[in-house]
Design a protein around this ligand. Structure first.
Ligand code: NIG
Ligand code: FE
Length: 413
């Protein structure tokens, strides 16, 4: 039976094969196949190798051959492991105020900040939210991103968080990208809540968590650990309950002050995201743990603050994923490749480190072991850039766009 599909030839194919989850990487560590082909079966990679040799070997079993006319460098489809693309409304006013010298707190007091987006997201219908997610997902797919994590967190009540998670689920059925939903009901304390912070978290865990599980809305719980959000003491019972119910945890950690990464390590979270404020102490602890640090350069650029200490994390032996944090407040740009390239330039990261942070290390941050490397049995999610050498991809700092993208072996761009 003819069941295989062959795509090629690629000038270079970066499989990300055999690269470790943690620690620093050199470009010499990259496994690069020249004049490469990919054999795909049922949307999964079957074999990678020299195109001509694969053609000869599989000739009689090929259902289709896609011969590429342009010179392309291919790698696993990118994974954006942290976004807030389910939201409504602009925060351009916050941006202008910040750049005019106002502090985060002053802006919040004057009606801006996360609460402003909560207000706008609450009045948006589910249809509008789905439409917004799909519009942003389309842009991400065009930029080579085939898996997108999407958080709730602008609803901040059982009903409104449910509406957000339901919208993400509906959007997931309508886009070719895989949307990985995360419940961020613990984003900030909703100021209209009639009760204490603990009452709010208890209500979410008692009323929303079971619904999330029954309706398969998510298997991930996130919390913003910060002075203006939730403390490590307050979040502990909430995280304990989430863990008991079988959720994976992830944390908005060390963005302005430390303590979030400590919570992430203590609860065995899959990732600790942000880390702009992490010091040597947190870096050491993260390096010793299995928590994946996720840098969000889009938030540093959006807020005009320092980058996550990516170089130090890798040198200490930690892993590193890079995600866009695309959101209307701190991260309005949403261009993952541009942000990753800029982080790489400022933090002195190798191509191997940045590209790993966008592929298999990002997959690990989402606990997904079925993608992120182009090797047997993994998703045939592929991004290809019109160039002859992988050095060119980050060098153009996001201006070299992918010319072809495949999801599960089907061409989508
Ligand atoms: O990841 N840090 C908290 N949450 C988001 C910002 C959300 C917003 O400003 O709307 C973040 O940066
Ligand atoms: Fe975020």
């Amino acid at each position: 039976m003819k069941q295989y599909q062959l795509i090629g030839s690629f000038k270079q194919l970066l499989t990300m094969h055999d690269l470790p989850i943690k620690g620093k990487l050199n470009d010499d560590d990259l496994f690069v196949i020249e004049n490469a082909g990919i054999v795909i079966r049922d949307g999964l990679v079957d074999t990678v190798g020299n195109f001509e040799q694969l053609y000869k070997k599989y000739k009689n079993e090929l259902e289709s051959v896609q011969e590429l006319e342009e010179e392309l460098v291919a790698l696993p489809g990118f994974i954006d492991a942290h976004t807030h693309i389910c939201s409504s409304g602009s925060r351009a006013r916050d941006y202008a105020m910040r750049n005019g010298g106002k502090s985060y707190l002053e802006i919040a007091k004057e009606g801006g900040g996360i609460w402003d987006t909560v207000t706008k997201t609450r009045v948006a219908s589910q249809e509008i939210l789905v439409e917004g997610i799909l519009r942003r997902a389309k842009r991400l797919i065009e930029n080579g991103i085939t898996t997108i994590e999407v958080k709730s967190g602008y609803g901040l009540s059982v009903e409104e968080e449910y509406k957000m998670l339901k919208s993400i689920q509906l959007a997931n059925q309508k886009t070719i990208a895989d949307l990985i939903p995360t419940c961020l009901a613990a984003h900030i304390f909703p100021k209209d809540y009639d009760g204490s912070i603990t009452d709010y978290l208890t209500e979410i865990s008692e009323k929303l968590f079971p619904k999330i599980l029954t309706e398969n809305l998510s298997n991930r719980i996130d919390a913003f650990i910060e002075q203006e959000a939730f403390s490590k003491e307050i979040i502990a019972p909430y995280f304990q309950e989430a863990k008991r119910m079988g959720f994976d945890l992830t944390v908005h950690a060390d963005q302005f002050h430390t303590s979030g990464s400590e919570v992430a390590i203590q609860f065995g979270a899959v990732s600790a995201d942000h880390l702009e404020a992490s010091t040597e102490k947190e870096i050491e602890l993260l390096a010793k743990s299995d928590v994946i640090p996720v840098a969000l350069p889009g938030a540093s650029l959006g807020l005009g603050c320092n980058f996550t200490p990516a170089r130090k994390l890798l040198d200490a032996g930690a892993s590193l994923a890079i995600a866009s944090d695309w959101n209307p407040g701190s991260g309005p740009m949403g261009d993952l490749l541009t942000q990753a390239a800029i982080l790489g330039a400022f933090e002195k990261l190798s191509n191997a480190e940045v590209l790993s942070a966008l592929t298999f290390r990002a997959a690990t941050a989402l606990k997904l072991h079925d993608r992120g490397r182009l090797e047997k049995g993994k998703f045939a999610d592929i991004v290809a850039f019109p160039t002859d050498h992988f050095n060119e991809i980050l060098y153009h700092q996001g201006q070299l766009k992918p010319s072809q993208v495949w999801k599960h072996g089907t061409q989508r761009r």
